[in-house]
Design a protein around this ligand. Structure first.
Ligand code: KG4
Ligand code: ZN
Length: 336
């Protein structure tokens, strides 16, 4: 079999990442430079600072990815890059870099959709997983139920109408004083709390059975905290975290299982940063087991933003003949 080696670049949000991926599943390197410390003091990602940091880190991160992989530019078959959705200034750093490299080396350029990258993270460790399947994509920017019809072919079955699930985790975490990014902190502290301590609302919309809404549960948590403060009551942070997490995850699991049953899927995959959440993994895994449905999720490292997942997606795109011109631009609201 022919060996396809792809250099992949990801700069859509606050991680500068480069990876060298062989045939979609062999991760020769996956270098991730996180900007968490930079944005922490602001309680969230500051776009302007993110772009500047990407500019600073892009070259060294690529150098390191090539070194770790023991590859030079010459050994590469293509350069792949996330071109949307994301922060436009952040995306532009990666896109410009990839274009310059593809041009200088005379290699094909492949633009990848960020969500396609997250979905493709599942292929890295599950070579048996092949489309079609249902994928729940949960991250800081997205909450999508996606019908993965084939590599590169997707149908959006449902999505959030307001906040993304990760955004809700981050905002709740901030309100209960857990800092940024809040998802992992809630996950951790919730293990010591009672998930049935407080009944937060679950949003099920009649006009969109597979759509999500998380602004309601987020507001309910904020109201709960304000009222407790006004009454001078002490708040048990672990209970709030566990109860919020249970409410949010319950909606995700119910809607995903409903979509799987009604559309006849026999396999469900989980993707995106929030796929690292232990309560979600366990709940969805248990629901799938009960329904006799196959369940896959990437390991932690491949859940949050990384370039390896972009390299995996790009391998399948490469084989399908996807090539982009040097007019490739960053598209902050790119549709799947
Ligand atoms: O995929 P990602 O790295 O970036 C986007 O594409 O948005 O996802 C980041 C999001 C953040 O909101 C973060 O709080 C959340 O994923 N996250 C988690 C966990 N780990 C990361 N949320 C809940 N539980 C976790 N263990
Ligand atoms: Zn992401």
């Amino acid at each position: 079999e022919e060996t396809i080696r792809i250099l992949a670049i990801e700069t859509s949000c606050d991680e500068t990442s480069a990876a060298v991926v062989e045939n979609g599943t062999r991760i020769l390197s996956n270098v991730i430079s996180s900007q968490i410390d930079l944005h922490k003091k602001f309680g969230g990602v500051v776009p302007e600072l993110a772009s500047r940091k990407h500019m600073e880190k892009m070259d060294p991160v690529i150098q390191e990815a090539l070194e770790q992989a023991g590859t030079t530019f010459r050994d590469l078959d293509a350069v792949a890059v996330t071109y949307g959705p994301g922060l436009v200034g952040a995306l532009l750093v990666g896109v410009s870099e990839a274009k310059a490299m593809a041009y200088a080396m005379g290699k094909p350029l492949i633009g990848i959709h960020h969500i396609e990258g997250h979905i493709s993270a599942n292929y890295i460790e599950h070579p048996d997983l092949k489309p079609p399947f249902l994928c729940l994509v949960v991250s800081g920017g997205h909450t999508h139920l996606v019908h993965v019809k084939d590599y590169g072919h997707y149908g959006v079955i449902g999505k959030t109408r307001d906040d993304a699930i990760g955004e809700a985790f981050d905002k709740v975490a901030r309100a209960i004083g857990l800092g940024y990014p809040g998802g992992p902190a809630i996950d951790r502290i919730a293990r010591e709390g009672n998930p049935d301590a407080i009944r937060f609302p679950r949003a099920f919309m009649e006009d969109g059975p597979y759509d999500f809404s998380f602004s309601g549960v987020k507001s309910a948590v904020l109201n709960y905290l304000n009222q407790a403060k006004m009454r001078g009551e002490t708040v048990v942070v672990a209970d709030v975290a566990a109860s919020f997490q249970k409410a949010a995850v319950e909606v995700l699991v119910k809607k995903t299982m409903k979509a799987a049953k009604n559309h006849g899927f026999d396999t469900i995959a989980l993707a995106g940063g929030v796929a690292a959440n232990s309560w979600l993994r366990e709940s969805l895994g248990a629901a799938c087991k009960e329904a006799g449905i196959g369940f896959h999720h990437p390991s932690m490292l491949f859940c949050t933003d990384n370039a390896a997942m972009i390299g995996t997606a790009a391998y399948h795109a490469y084989r399908q003949g996807v090539r982009h011109g040097l007019d490739l631009n960053a598209v902050p609201d790119l549709k799947l």
